[in-house]
Ligand binder design. Structure first.
Ligand SMILES: C[S@@+](CC[C@H](N)C(=O)[O-])C[C@H]1O[C@@H](n2cnc3c(N)ncnc32)[C@H](O)[C@@H]1O
Length: 321
């Protein structure tokens, strides 16, 4: 494992190294606690809910250190499970809002944190919370401006949907920190225009945030052990909405979605359902891009400039590029 943890954006500090026996000791103790709690609750971990529980105190320590969780921080956690990460966050002096879908785990958390005023629990599938903005507003006591960090170990299969739901909450969140499947973590944080992994979700991520791959987590740090390693990531929110010159974010994201509809087709062909081909060709040339360009070669800035240009042309207004 890479022994470097990023404590602040530009500063790298070494992860405190545990000696081998200490590492085994803490590892074994959380691992046995997790298995004991699951047995007592008669839970067989559900694959459908991606239930792979962290069994390494060292990993929890690295997570809270690299997410730079401080006393007084407000943390949003999706899928607290048995509450191991929640407890690590609490030990930093932060306040947690945790959303768990599983009935039995929610009951367990309610009991576990019944005397803990710094924990608020919601029993729900996170995607059913259509009023998430109001929930977060209440969580910070009506304070305006971004102040919440999301820190979570989520099921691998909901990664894209979580990012699509959370990154637009830029008025309330400062950063989204996720423990992800290692390959997905690399793709989502490192894909650049021209790479085979550069997709509509890459544009969305880079539109809303500065993504970073922080550190790898061995599959042995979970129970049950998954077949692949994980990695901890950061999506620090720094939205570029102001570069849309007042045009809506959702309209922009729909435009990006259309541009990527068919990987084999050029932008002109993919955007045919929205704009006449000649208009797209002219726009691309005007902005110094090839008229045969494909979506995977455009940066977020290119997409924003093209969207503003085409929308203005289609509306008969002049674009400020
Ligand atoms: C990978 S486990 C992580 C558990 C715990 N945070 C840990 O690190 O040990 C994912 C957790 O997310 C919960 N979960 C899965 N889908 C969810 C959803 N749509 N909304 C809320 N929680 C969900 C699961 O029940 C499980 O507790």
């Amino acid at each position: 494992m890479n022994n470097t943890v990023f404590i602040r954006r530009s500063v790298r500090l070494p992860v405190p190294k545990l000696n081998a026996s200490a590492h085994l000791r803490v590892h074994a103790s959380l691992a046995s606690t997790v298995q004991k709690e699951l047995r007592l609750l008669e839970i067989v971990p559900k694959r459908s809910l991606g239930q792979n529980f962290v069994t390494s105190e060292e990993v929890l320590h690295q997570i809270v250190a690299s997410a730079d969780i401080q006393k007084g921080d407000k943390i949003l956690e999706i899928g607290p499970g048995l509450g191991s990460l929640t407890e690590a966050v609490l030990r930093c002096g932060a306040t947690v809002l945790a959303i768990e879908k599983d009935d039995v785990l929610h009951g367990h958390l309610k009991q576990k944190f019944s005397q803990e005023p710094a924990v608020s629990l919601i029993h729900s599938d996170v995607f059913l919370l259509k009023n998430i903005r109001d929930i977060l507003y209440d969580f910070v006591g009506g304070e305006e401006g971004p102040s919440i960090k999301m820190v979570a170990n989520i099921p691998y299969n909901i990664t894209s949907d979580v990012l699509k739901m959370m990154l637009p909450l830029k008025d309330q969140l400062t950063a989204v920190h996720l423990l992800l499947e290692d390959g997905a973590a690399r793709r989502l944080t490192e894909a650049r225009p021209g790479d085979k992994d550069y997709r509509a979700i890459s544009v969305l991520i880079n539109f809303y945030s500065n993504p970073r791959y922080l550190f790898k987590v061995n599959r042995g740090a979970f129970y049950p052990e998954p077949s692949i390693d994980s990695a901890f990531t950061e999506f620090a929110l720094c939205p570029k909405s102001d570069q849309l010159h007042g045009l809506g974010e959702q309209g922009f994201l729909n435009f990006v979605g259309s541009a990527f509809v068919s990987k084999r087709k050029t932008l002109v062909n993919n955007l045919k359902t929205r704009y006449p081909a000649a208009l797209v060709e002219e726009g691309l040339i005007k902005l110094g891009m090839a008229s045969t360009a494909r979506a995977e070669t455009l940066s977020v800035q290119d997409f924003m400039r093209l969207f503003v240009c085409l929308t203005s042309e289609a509306n008969g207004t002049s674009a400020v590029l």
